[in-house]
Design a protein around this ligand. Structure first.
Ligand code: GRF
Length: 216
């Protein structure tokens, strides 16, 4: 089995990166992480990558004169590492349309809500304020608009009585850690593909079923 060469973009804690690192340790997993890039020098995720002996790089956006120049540096580093598939995992920079287009359908993001609801920041606060009964997380292909693009996989998380943004956030994050490896495997193995801005089963063009993460 040839594994897809994956690059991961982070800005902070890197718990989703850790989930992907753990998944890639499995012998039959269809992807390997070959490069982790952070735009923040102190990102905890860089230490996680180093511990797993994955090459890391900091590309500090503050040292570039424009978004285009920053994105060009990212792109160059990813190409040099032979990255085939790119995963945003808590990467807090908006990328230029040019960069996004050049990675079209090879670039994933995870977001802590059931998109297209609750794009942007502070999702759990807003989910609770809206009185939603179900929240969750989404892995989607990246498009130039923030938190938009064909949905690869989603998992639902119930909003419980008495939940705060923190308690709901913890349960959603645990679910993210199971959803992202699942979604990356679907894409890296070629089991799913994008057809007219929807993600379908590559074999029969059917809708990809809901992911029900196994209980820990
Ligand atoms: C996650 O909730 C992810 O969905 C969002 O940012 C957070 C990153 O957390 N995009 P971590 O850095 O992976 O721990």
């Amino acid at each position: 089995m040839t594994r897809k060469r994956v690059g991961v973009l982070i800005s902070g804690r890197g718990s989703n990166l850790q989930a992907l690192i753990n998944a890639c340790k499995k012998r039959d997993y269809p992807a390997e992480i070959v490069m982790v890039i952070s735009n923040v020098q102190q990102a905890q995720g860089l230490l996680r990558a180093e511990a797993a002996l994955i090459p890391t790089l900091t590309v500090d956006h503050k040292t570039f004169p424009s978004r285009e120049a920053f994105d060009a540096a990212l792109d160059g580093a990813l190409k040099e590492a032979g990255v085939e598939l790119l995963c945003n995992a808590g990467f807090m920079r908006l990328l230029t349309a040019g960069f996004v287009e050049s990675w079209r359908n090879r670039h994933l993001n995870i977001h802590p809500s059931l998109l297209p609801a609750f794009r942007g920041l502070h999702t759990h606060e807003r989910v609770i304020a809206a009185g939603c009964k179900i929240s969750g997380c989404t892995v989607h292909f990246v498009r130039p608009e923030m938190d938009e693009g064909p949905i690869v996989a989603q998992a639902a998380v119930p909003v419980l009585a008495g939940d705060t943004a923190e308690t709901l956030g913890v349960r959603v994050l645990e679910t993210e850690h199971r959803l992202y490896p699942h979604a990356l495997a679907l894409v890296a193995s070629g089991a799913v593909s994008v057809q007219g801005e929807r993600v379908v089963d590559t074999n029969d063009q059917a809708q990809v079923p809901l992911f029900s993460p196994p209980m820990p």
